[in-house]
Design a protein around this ligand. Structure first.
Ligand SMILES: [Ca+2]
Ligand SMILES: [Ca+2]
Length: 77
């Protein structure tokens, strides 16, 4: 699910925290987590992705946002 950086099935503030930790190299995201955390789908996990999720949680849903939607995630073997 897009935005679900910790892969627990829901998009919540913990996912924002998870992304912030990844940006600060406190934690390392798996490929699956990285794909889910990349909320704006630009290929990299940045503070913008954390901001996108915060907006989603604040109900300021972006028109082009796929946060909260299930998508098929392609992961290289
Ligand atoms: Ca989550
Ligand atoms: Ca991104």
């Amino acid at each position: 699910m897009i935005g679900d950086a910790d892969l627990n099935g829901t998009v919540e503030i913990l996912d924002v925290t998870c992304i912030q930790r990844a940006i600060n190299y406190i934690v390392t995201l798996s490929k699956e987590q990285t794909a889910a955390a990349d909320s704006d789908q630009n290929g990299e996990v940045t503070i913008v992705d954390a901001t996108c999720i915060q907006r989603y949680l604040s109900k300021l849903k972006l028109n082009d946002s796929q946060i909260g939607e299930y998508v098929t995630i392609c992961i290289d073997a």
